[in-house]
Design a protein around this ligand. Structure first.
Ligand code: ATP
Ligand code: MG
Length: 409
């Protein structure tokens, strides 16, 4: 049996990038031999094993053929006769279809190294079109390597367009899609992920609610970039520049969905878009089965981001409602993430990227004031049940009024 490093590990070493996880391919072996060497089988789908010590993935060389719709619609063939070249040809991109042995001898039948040098993301073979997930993967790699100058080869973009128009994208499961989307959002330039999906027509299929924002104008006074789609991409870009977590990036992507529903005669204004957007945010959340914290933050940011921007003008009672909605007393981190998303929204506007955002500290101060209300003295006064709740609210309101006065003094 011969063992090679493949995929990302080879690609990233050649790019001079840190290699985090290593995938291996095993040629000339069968399942029994792997088990005899102590490898542990993973799942029932593919002949993939975990190394008994390192835990890294070792896959038997295999060929694949499409036999139906979606990911289940694949038949594979693994046997000791399958060659390294046959295994590599089923891979998505040429830069991911290189292998190297323990002497770092490169096997590169599909010219991955040439494409690495030319900074091109190019499919290996027409079989690329057999798995719609590859559309998302290519967009994700574009987001990751845009900083190095990589772009998608026009022929590959053509296949991605074909896949988007064929209806195959709809066959993707929520789990597979979310895995790619969440990883793509955490890349250095997540806005490129959305741009590439839009360019090949996949955005219209996967997230029509986001696609609909392009071409929708906003008032130039607040939004020099005017276009809502362009704004959304800038917000995402800011979120990545400021190293925001996935929850914040997801909320940034979805915060303005309501603007896609505004009747044209109301353009460029978007009255109550925070409210109209909620059902769209909910739909996208559920479509991809986003994790609970991502779902929650996206909905809260959608509903309250304009409150964030107007924080300094909010009445004490409105501030209190905002803090209650976030349950800031038990979930302080979530409120921090809301503030971060608002700040990214404010900066994701043409020419305003460096602006200051005093609302952030103001909101933090308000949260601190409300949280400083002690419950013990109220208990000692004999409040309980619903009256206790009311008394706490009254005290918090007092604290917020005092805070506002102190701040405006
Ligand atoms: P990352 O740095 O994101 O891990 P990677 O290239 O290692 O990038 P993996 O998802 O770990 O990506 O997959 C390992 C390799 O398996 C890829 O480099 C590619 O050759 C192949 N591969 C993975 N998923 C697919 C797919 N859907 N279609 C074709 N080839 C795939
Ligand atoms: Mg990998």
């Amino acid at each position: 049996m011969r063992i090679y490093k493949v995929g990302g590990a080879v690609r990233d070493r050649l790019l001079g990038k840190p290699v985090t996880d290593i995938d291996w391919v095993v040629v000339g072996a069968n399942t029994e031999e792997m088990l005899a060497k102590g490898f542990r089988p993973v799942g029932a789908d593919f002949p993939v094993f975990l190394h008994p010590k390192s835990g890294e993935e070792y896959a038997l060389a295999r060929t694949e053929r499409k036999s139906g719709r979606g990911y289940g619609g694949f038949t594979f063939h693994a046997s000791p006769e399958v060659t390294l070249e046959e295994d590599l040809i089923r891979r998505d991109l040429t830069i991911n279809a290189m292998a190297e042995d323990d002497q770092q001898n490169l096997t590169d039948p599909y010219h991955g190294q040439r494409d690495l040098e030319a900074r091109v993301l190019r499919h290996v073979s027409p079989a690329f079109a057999e798995d719609p997930l590859r559309v998302l993967r290519v967009a994700r790699f574009a987001a990751r390597y845009a900083g190095l100058g990589f772009t998608v080869a026009p022929e590959t973009m053509g296949l991605m367009r074909q896949l988007s128009e064929s209806g195959e994208l709809e066959a993707l499961t929520a789990e597979r899609s979310w895995k790619e989307i969440s990883r793509a959002l955490m890349e250095d330039q997540p806005q490129i992920f959305i741009e590439v999906l839009r360019e090949c027509g996949a955005l219209k299929v996967l997230m029509p609610e986001v696609d609909a924002l392009f071409g929708v104008p906003q008032p130039e006074a607040h939004h020099p970039e005017i276009d809502t789609g362009v704004h959304t991409l800038s917000v995402l870009e800011q979120a990545a520049l400021h190293k925001q977590p996935l929850t914040v990036r997801w909320a940034c992507l979805l915060h303005d969905l309501g603007k896609g529903l505004t009747p044209q005669e109301e353009w460029p204004r978007h009255i109550a878009h925070e409210h109209t957007g909620l059902k769209l945010i909910k739909a996208v959340n559920e479509q991809f089965k986003a994790p609970k914290d991502c779902q929650e933050l996206a909905l809260l940011v959608g509903q309250y981001h304009t409150h964030g921007h107007r924080a300094l003008e909010l009445k004490a009672s409105t501030l209190l409602e905002l803090l209650q909605s976030f349950d800031v007393y038990r979930r302080p981190q979530r409120f921090e993430e809301f503030i971060a998303a608002c700040e990214m929204d404010a900066r994701g506007r043409k020419g305003l990227e460096q602006r200051s955002y005093p609302q952030a500290d103001y909101l933090r101060g308000a949260a601190t004031a409300a949280r400083s209300v002690a419950v013990q003295p109220l208990l000692e006064k004999g409040f309980k049940g619903p009256e206790l709740g009311e008394a706490i609210k009254r005290e918090r309101l007092k604290a917020l009024k005092a805070y506002k006065e102190a701040e405006s003094a």
